[in-house]
Write a protein that binds this ligand. Structure first.
Ligand SMILES: [Zn+2]
Ligand SMILES: [Zn+2]
Length: 326
């Protein structure tokens, strides 16, 4: 197999990219344990977001009794909280990696700078464009879903899961939400690549050939409604308010972290906090590959997986030729 490096990248992770070991036969239990460990511990974005969800629930969330009736006050509080969260995460990463270039080019995938200008962008530049769509549309729709689900839980319209009644399920729900995300995201993302939807909706996200933290949630409002609509599963699957917070924070905040453009934060030459996903970074450059994530290998099942090697690159180019009929 040709595992030589692809051209045009400043940094690539260890190749070929590995998908979750839960879907290969024979099963390798040690690899499976290592996969769960690495994706959750010691310091990972998943665990950080569980903490953010718990802190939000205890200190920055109006009580369920108040939420029974829709009122401007508590909805506005949630909106401000989400604005602060998004700005802290995406803005913080942007300042660290791009404004103050704290890490130089270390672990950076694409060697090119983000585009300061560009006619394709709203407000005339990539960063302003990305911030606008993230904050004006993304955070607004995120908050609307949160309000809807909280209101439904408070009134008993959606099923409530409590720690007292189901402690095991309560913990499991945190593990299941990212797996559900991987499943849901792959399918809506393929759907968004149907030419009509791509042209009118998803192309906005794909203005970013090279990506930064603000690109992650920079989407057309219709895409926000579809993307964050994942949380509607809790009309059927019981959840606690803290799971609702986690679910939407996970979607919104990891959109920023996975688009960081860097594989992670490097401390003393080690990648201490995994952030960007090369898998998805390739989707932004090559389009017809890697619609999902590595958590459930849908791309592998359906032949759209690009593992970063030259061999996979050849396969993708042939696929692209077939699709365009050239
Ligand atoms: Zn896409
Ligand atoms: Zn993307």
């Amino acid at each position: 197999m040709d595992n030589s490096e692809l051209k045009g990248w400043n940094h690539v992770p260890t190749l070929p990219l590995k998908v979750s070991p839960f879907f290969t036969w024979p099963l390798r239990p040690l690899d499976m344990l290592a996969w769960i460990w690495n994706s959750w511990f010691l310091i990972t974005e998943k665990l950080i977001i569980v903490c953010i969800a718990i802190i939000s629930f205890y200190w920055f969330q109006p009580p369920l009794s108040e939420i029974k009736t829709l009122a401007f006050g508590w909805i506005f509080e949630m909106y401000v909280r989400n604005m602060i969260l998004m700005t802290t995460v995406a803005g913080g990463l942007h300042l660290y990696f791009y404004t103050f270039t704290k890490q130089g080019k270390k672990l950076r995938f694409d060697p090119r700078p983000l585009m300061k200008n560009g006619r394709q962008f709203t407000l005339g530049g990539q960063i302003k464009d990305n911030m606008f769509w993230t904050l004006a549309s993304g955070v607004t729709i995120w908050t609307i879903y949160e309000v809807l689900m909280f209101w439904a839980l408070a009134n008993g319209y959606a099923p409530l899961l409590t720690w007292a009644a189901h402690p095991v399920w309560f913990i499991m729900m945190f593990l299941l939400i990212p797996i559900w995300e991987s499943f849901y995201f792959y399918w809506i993302h393929r759907f968004l690549h149907i030419p009509f939807l791509y042209k009118h909706v998803h192309a906005l996200h794909h203005r970013n050939i090279n990506v930064g933290p603000w690109s992650g949630l920079s989407m057309h409002p219709v895409e926000h409604v579809i993307f964050l609509g994942s949380v509607m599963i809790h009309w059927i699957i019981a959840a606690h308010p803290v799971h609702i917070l986690f679910h939407l924070q996970y979607y919104a905040l990891t959109a920023a972290t996975t688009h960081t453009g860097f594989e992670g934060v490097s401390i003393k030459d080690e990648n201490r906090l995994v952030l960007g996903r090369f898998h998805h970074q390739m989707h932004h450059r090559y389009f017809e590959c890697n619609y999902g994530s590595l958590e459930i290998p849908w791309d592998k099942f359906f032949g759209s997986f690009h593992d970063g090697t030259n061999e996979a690159d050849k396969r993708m180019k042939e696929r692209r030729k077939r699709m365009t009929g050239a």
